[in-house]
Write a protein that binds this ligand. Structure first.
Ligand SMILES: O=C(O)CCC(=O)C(=O)O
Ligand SMILES: [Fe+2]
Length: 250
């Protein structure tokens, strides 16, 4: 049996803790660049017709895909949809136990160093470790096809074991992302971590904290005109990121 999901991965009850003492939403790293107003959905009144004895949280199919777009500039944008992945707890547990995680090492000046996270990529046609992830990829392909013109085919997976695991500033520019507009869709599982974004060549960074089941899509010129990173933090539990990409985008 795989590890169980720590209770802290569960979303707080509406109204419980996401607004800090300052009155600012903690999801937004810098209040001046609030990217996404999701309080309206988080704190939406309960459906008066809903049967309170029925827990639909993990039984439901994916919520309708209706992400909120934020234009970053220079042709780049991000779409965000909170709590989108159905069965996120099961998907997290399946991935911890079944993905053939490997540590990466890379040259840094004259040394070989560990890349601080575990990785594995499922290529075109390879089955994913949880059916919810295949449904997610197919739903993303259908939703974005008019704009993207092609499906998402690969699933890059990253396992951040704790707050010391991270990924440095980069764009996904191996392959077509270097010269053409494209999309990278990320489903986040486990503990919340900040996805930071900054324009290449200087400018203020912005950030969006990705929680359990959240979706973010980086689109347009984002991979070549902006960079992104998952910064280290003092303390965090495990997080898994699943990045869906079109053919020949890495
Ligand atoms: O962990 C994430 O959500 C981002 C990972 C990423 O940017 C990458 O692997 O290229
Ligand atoms: Fe990336």
């Amino acid at each position: 049996m795989g590890p169980t999901l720590p209770q802290r991965h569960k979303r707080p009850l509406p109204g419980s803790s996401l607004i800090g003492a300052s009155g600012l939403c903690r999801t937004h790293v810098r209040p001046s660049v609030c990217l996404v107003d999701f309080q309206s959905t988080l704190f939406a009144p309960a459906d008066p017709c809903a049967d309170p004895s029925v827990d639909t949280s993990d039984a439901r199919a994916h919520a309708a895909l209706a992400p909120e777009r934020t234009v970053l500039g220079a042709g780049a944008w991000i779409d965000v949809q909170r709590d989108w992945l159905a069965g996120a707890d099961e998907a997290f547990e399946a991935m911890v136990g079944q993905v053939p995680w490997r540590a990466e090492r890379r040259q840094m000046y004259d040394r070989i160093v560990d890349v601080p996270r575990l990785v594995h990529t499922y290529m075109l046609g390879e089955p994913l470790p949880h059916p919810g992830l295949e449904e997610a990829r197919d739903a993303l392909s259908a939703h974005y096809r008019p704009e993207l013109g092609e499906p998402f085919v690969s699933a890059g997976c990253c396992y951040y074991r704790d707050g010391k695991d991270s990924v440095a500033w980069h764009g996904d520019t191996i392959g077509r992302g270097k010269s053409a507009d494209t999309m990278v869709a990320i489903v986040s599982l486990g503990d919340p971590r900040k996805l930071a974004l900054r324009p290449r060549g200087g400018g203020d960074s912005v950030g969006v904290t990705l929680g359990h089941g959240d979706l973010v899509v980086m689109g347009g010129s984002c991979q070549r005109t902006w960079e992104h990173a998952i910064p280290k933090v003092a303390s965090a539990g495990p997080r898994i990121s699943v990045q869906f990409r079109p053919l020949n985008v890495f």
